[in-house]
Design a protein around this ligand. Structure first.
Ligand code: NAG
Ligand code: NAG
Ligand code: NAG
Ligand code: NAG
Ligand code: NAG
Ligand code: NAG
Ligand code: NAG
Ligand code: NAG
Ligand code: NAG
Ligand code: NAG
Ligand code: NAG
Ligand code: NAG
Length: 441
């Protein structure tokens, strides 16, 4: 250990900062703290230096130490670069700094702590991890949603042929990963865990979101958080999600879409398969805005009136355990009390739920609400075997006479051919959070 530190120190003193250049255009990063008797100092400048030096036809290695990230990272325009994360990236919890410095990602007025991107890139977690120090954000955010400036942990932007393998994100500040304006991005062996240690939840800590991107893979992931597990947002096409375990979150979703009238959303060719959801709020669902713009708040949660198309979506091989709302389409997830649900301009077509098994938390298996403006053709249920958790335990459902599973349907085209065993109309006031059994006949 002592020998290695000495070696590192002497090499580093030959260079500015703590990047060590080796042959074959490899830059190995060591944290500044090794030079300062362990006193943390911002490592962002040397990280930028490493990517400038080795980001084109090179390799950047974060050695097995803790790096302090106290300022925004912009490592974009990389070409033919392999990144190896062997240490911890510890993001500062200086909330005022991030609120005023994180980079805009345009979408929903959100922003990010790290813009990462380029062509022909690999980013491999090789024993290292990203620590967003998110507890400070969870506590400060006090269960509110979408605070402007609260940063997405890492945004993969303007990327083509990018493989991110073995990325671990613990305590993300906000959404953990976001893929934007990219093509052919694969994220494999992803682990995300946002767990709060106080009375405030980890609101908006999505595991994976995509927007304006094509040809995407998410394979082998374990995601613990308090929002979407994986979400395909506007203009996501050809997304394949396979072998994901979701803990306590909102499952696999398309949306929200239809927020902005000037930007229609097209989401096509998405398959989610081999998914487990444990104690989730949702399992497999589609969420759109209502057709009339509403000024709900100033934090990215306002909108509606957007149009577009969601087409050719498959949810298959899901194992659900205690999921509040296993299967859903909602066309008005943000309206209070169901105003304008029937106005949504988003067309939804050809959605299949196949082999969805397990337990629902309440007496509800599915709620499919399509708007009057766009009834949904091509809805298919195949092999749906859902039972309420209580009935599997021989316990009654509380506060209701309805002891069998409820399937709610509104505006399904050719409902009789859909395979959906509809036994109720879907009400127009179902948001994405259900907290009790269906009571009314
Ligand atoms: C990020 O860096 C690139 C150069 O690599 C630059 O073109 C771009 O404007 C920067 N982005 C931001 C948001 O500063
Ligand atoms: C990326 O890789 C592809 C396939 O190997 C190659 O054709 C292309 O030129 C590469 N692009 C860059 C920017 O190096
Ligand atoms: C990183 O270093 C720690 C001890 O500081 C060690 O336990 C761990 O195995 C090392 N990881 C790798 C990938 O070498
Ligand atoms: C897509 O990216 C992968 C790396 O993840 C690469 O191996 C593959 O060649 C790329 N596909 C195309 C069509 O460029
Ligand atoms: C997530 O992190 C919490 C707190 O560290 C831990 O108790 C839990 O087991 C983790 N969950 C998973 C699925 O790894
Ligand atoms: C914040 O939200 C979480 C999760 O929904 C909930 O368990 C907690 O009670 C809420 N905290 C307060 C103080 O209301
Ligand atoms: C599914 O993903 C988990 C977690 O990443 C992994 O341990 C497991 O091997 C994967 N299963 C298959 C069949 O690849
Ligand atoms: C989606 O792509 C279309 C063009 O195909 C564009 O008009 C629209 O603005 C895009 N939507 C978003 C949300 O970027
Ligand atoms: C959907 O997939 C089909 C079949 O691969 C392809 O022809 C079509 O172009 C895809 N649609 C989009 C929007 O990418
Ligand atoms: C639907 O999308 C899947 C990928 O999710 C693709 O394999 C299939 O060809 C698409 N079908 C059509 C009709 O575009
Ligand atoms: C967008 O974010 C900025 C801060 O990043 C904030 O000042 C502004 O109010 C936000 N605008 C909207 C419409 O939410
Ligand atoms: C399940 O049964 C328990 C014990 O009777 C009861 O407290 C609980 O409310 C029931 N759950 C539902 C969703 O009805």
């Amino acid at each position: 250990m002592i020998l290695r530190s000495l070696l590192v120190a002497s090499l580093a003193s030959l260079t500015a900062g703590y990047v060590i250049y080796e042959k074959l255009n490899t830059c190995t990063l060591y944290p500044e703290s090794l030079n300062n008797n362990g006193r943390p100092e911002d490592d962002a400048p040397s990280i930028h230096k490493a990517f400038q030096k080795c980001g084109n036809d090179g390799r950047v290695v974060f050695s097995n130490h803790t790096f302090n990230i106290n300022s925004v990272l912009n490592t974009t325009n990389l070409e033919n670069c392999d990144v190896s994360l062997q240490g911890e990236l510890l993001f500062s919890d200086d909330i005022p700094y991030w609120l005023s410095h994180s980079y805009s990602v345009v979408f929903q007025n959100q922003s990010t702590a790290w813009l990462f991107g380029g062509t022909n890139i690999t980013f491999r977690g090789e024993g290292g991890w990203y620590n967003g120090n998110g507890q400070a954000w969870y506590t400060e955010n006090r269960n509110q949603s979408n605070q402007p400036g609260r940063p997405i942990s890492i945004t993969f932007i303007n990327s083509e042929n990018l493989l991110v393998d073995g990325l671990t994100v613990i305590q993300p500040q906000f959404w953990a990963t976001f893929v934007s304006y990219s093509k052919n991005v694969s994220i494999t062996n992803l682990y995300v865990n946002a767990t709060s240690s106080d009375e405030w939840g980890t609101v908006n800590t999505d595991g994976y979101d995509s927007w304006n991107s094509d040809t995407l893979l998410v394979e082998n992931a374990v995601i613990t958080n308090q929002d979407d597990c994986v979400a395909a947002k506007g203009n996501t096409t050809n997304l394949h999600v396979k072998n994901v375990t979701c803990h306590g979150n909102y499952g696999m979703t398309i949306g929200s879409v239809g927020q902005y009238p000037i930007m229609p959303d097209y989401v096509q060719n998405v398959t989610f398969e081999d998914v487990s959801c444990l104690n989730c709020m949702e399992g497999a669902f589609i969420k759109t805005w209502q057709g009339v713009a509403e000024n709900g708040s100033s934090n990215g949660d306002s909108g509606g009136g957007g149009s577009g198309l969601i087409k050719n979506i498959t949810y298959r091989n899901f194992e659900l355990t205690n999921v509040a709302l296993p299967i859903q389409i909602s066309q008005c997830i943000y309206t209070e009390g169901g105003q304008n649900c029937n106005t949504s301009k988003m067309a939804i077509e050809d959605v299949t739920w196949s082999n969805i098994k397990g337990t629902s938390r309440y007496n509800i298996a599915a709620s499919i609400y399509c708007s009057d403006v766009h009834p949904c053709p091509g809805i298919k249920f195949e092999g749906i075997e859902l039972q309420s958790l209580n009935s599997t335990l021989g316990l009654p459902m509380y506060g209701t006479d309805i002891q069998n599973e409820v399937y709610q349907c509104t505006n399904i085209v050719d409902q009789d051919d859909s395979g959906v065993p509809c036994n109720r109309a879907a009400p127009d006031d179902y948001g994405q959070t259900v907290t009790s059994n269906v009571k009314d006949a």
